[in-house]
Design a protein around this ligand. Structure first.
Ligand code: SOE
Length: 398
């Protein structure tokens, strides 16, 4: 008997593929993230060798709008009641693309219904919700389900390559990191109210929405977790036009934090929705004893690396064009030099989730990362920034 056959016949299978039918996906939410995730589910099997998926049903509260979305985004069906959908036998994956205040309720119910869950970031609107989600995920993962968190930027090839450079110790000991995520869609004072500008629906503003990416990148790339935080928040335009006239903005437009990491590094984070001219500009910089790295989402196929072990007179940043088949995810895409864009990271994420479902969580196949536990840890950092701001910038330890 070959080793593979021994494994197949003697060891319990860790795979969770349904018999004789594709994995059925239900997606809750159909706006910005719903569109991005739909694109990923549509393209994943064309790019990668993954288990077959069926885009079964897209769910939203507004019947007319969700019917239109189902048609446009190419889903088999639409529905308005997520509770009914998550119990269906033909649904295996529940993909949560709703505003943050619905994440906990839907994720917990879907995990209890035995489904794999992919939840958009940040995991929840506060630490208490995230803790309840982690409790539900603990029991579910014991049953072999996956509770995945969508920090999609980990799947941008250049950032995945940055992680490999750090793991390969090309940077030596990382002492300092810096991440900024700047957007400008709220510069116009007449930009209207939305769920993203209300604490009860979004939890926080720029901090949770884009600061979560910046902090996740710092922690993921350095491999260090946050031990202490100092933070400041600012709401620069306190009122905006709503349905009933001017309404109070109850979240931050911009946020700043310094992080002390448990591996000894220090990091700074700056995020804003009021940074005139910055459309969607995530920059990450890492500084180590042997080298440095920088990345800019405005040029997402490039990673800049400085080898500080080279003779000083020869040192300078090298531009690595991350489009070679040897680079993360690239073998499945286009010939070298044929660049990828923002949306490809969502397809890469769908690929990793499907592989994790197929292979289970074993020593050889490490499942899906980040998971709900990582989301809770990050939520604690976000809440610490808010607590520090409330205490006039005092240090909050985690
Ligand atoms: C998705 O990953 C996401 O974080 C969105 O939720 C943000 O709103 C977007 O601006 C960046 O990407």
């Amino acid at each position: 008997m070959t080793l593979d056959l021994v494994k197949e016949t003697l060891l319990p299978s860790t795979s969770h593929l349904p018999d004789g039918r594709p994995l059925g996906v239900a997606m809750i939410g159909y706006s910005f993230m719903g569109r991005a995730h739909s694109q990923a589910w549509r393209t994943v099997a064309a790019a990668f060798d993954v288990p077959e998926v069926a885009r079964r049903v897209i769910v939203g509260r507004d019947e007319e709008a969700v019917a239109e979305a189902a048609e446009r985004l190419d889903w088999e069906e639409h529905a308005t009641d997520w509770r009914e959908v998550i119990t269906r036998d033909d649904i295996d994956i529940v993909d949560i693309c709703t505003p943050g205040f619905l994440h906990a309720e839907i994720a917990i119910a879907a995990l209890e219904a035995g489904k794999h869950v992919l939840c958009e970031k940040p995991l929840a609107n506060d630490t208490a919700e995230a803790e309840a989600m982690v409790d539900a995920a603990r029991t579910a993962t014991e049953r072999g389900q996956i509770a995945a968190l969508g920090f999609t930027y980990r799947r941008i090839p250049a950032l995945a390559l940055a992680r490999q450079f750090v793991a390969d110790e090309k940077l030596g000991t990382i002492r300092q990191a810096k991440a900024a995520y700047l957007q400008d869609w709220l510069v116009d004072e007449d930009a209207g109210m939305s769920w993203r500008l209300r604490k009860e629906t979004a939890g926080s503003g720029a901090l949770g929405d884009i600061g979560s990416h910046a902090i996740d990148q710092i922690q993921h790339l350095t491999g260090q977790r946050t031990a202490a935080v100092r933070g400041r928040l600012a709401t620069l335009v306190p009122q905006r036009p709503g349905k009933e006239g001017l309404e109070d903005v109850t979240v931050d437009d911009a946020a700043w934090a310094t992080l002390e990491l448990d591996g000894g590094a220090v990091a700074s984070v700056e995020v804003s929705r009021m940074a005139t001219g910055a459309k969607n500009r995530l920059t990450v910089e890492l500084y180590g004893t042997k080298g440095a790295l920088r990345f800019d989402l405005e040029n997402p196929n490039e990673l800049w690396f400085l080898d500080a072990t080279a003779p000083i007179a020869e040192q300078g940043y090298t531009r690595v064009l991350v489009t070679e088949p040897e680079h993360p995810y690239l073998a499945a895409w286009w010939p070298q030099g044929h660049v990828l864009g923002w949306e490809n990271a969502f397809t890469n994420q769908a690929r990793d989730l499907l592989i994790a479902i197929r292979d289970g969580d074993t020593a050889d196949a490490p499942g899906f990362s980040p998971d709900f536990g990582d989301g809770l840890a990050l939520q604690r950092v976000l809440d610490a920034v808010i607590a520090s701001d409330a205490a006039d910038g005092a240090t909050v330890t985690l």
